[in-house]
Structures are given as C-alpha cells and as structure tokens.
Design a protein around this ligand. Structure first.
Ligand code: GLV
Length: 307
C-alpha cells in the first residue's frame, strides 16, 4: 500500500476515499508542520498532498527518496520548486479552474469593500460613532463605471472581468508583455491576478505605485509577494492610493505588529479567495486525483503549469 503524507488534516469526503486504499499519515493540528517535522514525515512517503504553506524545495526532496508525486492543494505552485521536482522526475499537481469563480467573487467583494469603506463603517457602528446620517461621512469611490486594470489576465482575471461588465467598468487587461505603468496611470481600481515568479515579485513597487492614478484602489487576491508592502504602506499613508484590500500578504500570516497594518484605508483578510465549502471540496478532490495518478505513474489530470 502506498504511503501518503497529508501535511494538514483535510475534513473532506475525498480524503475518506483516499484513506480506504492508502496508508495515509496526516500531520495533526491546525498549523503547518515546521521544517523538521515535515522533513521527518516525508522521509518514507510515496506521495505528498501539501498546502501552499509548505515549502517543497530541493533539500526537502532529497530527504524523500521514495517520493513519486507532489500534489499541491492550490492553483498557485510558487511554494514548490518545480525545477527540483522535474530534475527528480516527480510530477507536481495543482487545483486550477475549480476556484476561479470563488476567487473572482472575493475579488469583487474586496473591490466593493475598499471602494465603499465597509470596514470603516462597520468599525464606526460598533464604536458608537454612528451619530446620524452624515452627508459627508464615510464617502467612498464609485465602483460602477470605474476603470479596472486586471494585472495578469488569466482565468481568474477573466472571471473578474465578467463581473466588471455588470458594473459597466471599462477593463484594461495587463498581460506579461503589456505596459503595466501605462495601465496603472489610467485605472481607478487595480486588481492583481498574476502568478508569483522571480519576474513578478514586487511587480507593484514604489515606481508602480507612483505610476498609479492618484486616489486609485489596489486589490490583491493573488500572492502577497507581488506587492512591495513597505512601498504600499507609504502610498497609503501619503494618500496617494485611496485604499487597498489584500487577501494575500508577505509573509502569511501577517504579524499583528507589521507596520503595514498601521496604514490607513487598508483592509486585510486571511487568504480566503477559495474558501467556500463547495470550492474546497472540489480542490481536495482534484488534489486527491492528482496524487493517486502520480502514485500509479499515470499522467496527472491537473499538472502544475509549465510542468
Ligand atoms: C490559493 O491562493 C491558491 O493558489 O489556490
């Protein structure tokens, strides 16, 4: 029976099926295994179902001589060294498509929340600061008709663009070869959907933020590393950006003492883009299908892009 490591407990039906036919070892508890624990647990695993919080690199792979497949429970695979896996003939799986709509929904929730200052308003109600209907209180920005730049126009970016059509928003799609700074100069709202690679790390840096239209709103539901958070904090403090809403940060979790959290008009939520029951069920099913295929030597139904 193949031995499989789950780096986190996953309370979903597909795991019960997996457990019926495999020797499954699950790292217990709600937090990721630390490096020493992961290294120990993976040592005799034939396959691993890992999360985006697990770093799967060459050193770890060298400690896992039996490993035949890495199945990542995420569409992004920046936590996995794809080159090191390929060098060892280990296929890597991802969970694309099934989270596209849920992530686009959350992106739109963040666009609306940032533009209409939902977090400020909610805090004011709870603090007893809602004294009356205020003609000039909690003024935000119009979303309807605003120009939206979608940076990284893949599947999730396109799903956001479809939602934007309902809000009559002109959409600027910014792909790898497009002029990012020119688009930033025209957009009222900028939404990030690019993968995190060496080329995209800190894509939104001080220069990019300076190129943004004054009063623009930045939304990131992709990867925290796309944004230079020191530069973002400065842009928010300076009022250069009206607001930012982040589902992802660098690092994750963002320490409560991180200076970014002192910036005004900033909304941060804990990486919940795909966090609907149905979406997570489907992600786990795909991750299990990738894992089982890899264990039997079959092509993975959903290989990581570029592998
Ligand atoms: C989540 O961020 C994912 O990559 O699936």
């Amino acid at each position: 029976m193949a031995r499989v490591l789950l780096t986190r407990s996953l309370p979903f039906d597909a795991i019960t099926t997996l457990e019926a036919d495999h020797d499954v070892v699950t790292h217990p508890g709600p937090l990721p295994p630390d490096r020493a624990t992961l290294t120990h647990l993976i040592a005799d695993a034939d396959g691993v179902l890992c999360l985006l919080t697990d770093r799967i690199d060459a050193t770890l792979l060298d400690a896992a001589p039996r490993l035949r497949v890495v199945s990542n429970l995420a569409v992004g695979t920046d936590n996995v060294d794809l080159v090191a896996c390929a060098a060892r003939g280990i296929p890597v799986g991802a969970t694309p498509d099934v989270l596209t709509e849920a992530t686009a929904d959350l992106t739109f929730a963040l666009i609306l929340a940032a533009a209409r200052r939902l977090a400020d308003g909610e805090r004011a109600v709870r603090a007893g600061d809602w004294r009356t209907w205020e003609p000039a209180g909690w003024l935000g920005a119009d979303v309807h008709g605003a120009t939206l730049a979608i940076v990284g126009a893949g599947r999730i970016g396109e799903a956001v663009a479809r939602r934007a059509a309902g809000f009559a928003m002109p959409v600027l799609r910014v792909g790898r070869d497009d002029d990012l700074h020119a688009a930033l100069g025209q957009a009222d709202i900028v939404s990030l959907h690019a993968p995190l690679t060496n080329a995209t790390r800190h894509l939104i840096d001080a220069r990019a933020l300076a190129a943004c239209k004054p009063g623009a709103i930045l939304v990131n539901t992709a990867r925290g590393g796309l944004v230079d958070q020191v530069a973002l904090a400065a842009a928010l403090h300076a009022g250069r950006l009206a607001a930012a809403a982040l589902d992802v940060t660098d690092p994750e979790p963002l320490p409560v003492t991180d200076p970014l959290l002192d910036a005004p008009n900033l909304l941060v939520v804990p990486h919940i883009g795909s966090a609907t029951r149905g979406t997570r069920e489907r992600m786990v099913s795909i991750a299990v299908a990738n894992l089982v295929a890899g264990l039997t030597g079959a092509p993975l139904p959903h290989p990581a892009p570029g592998t």
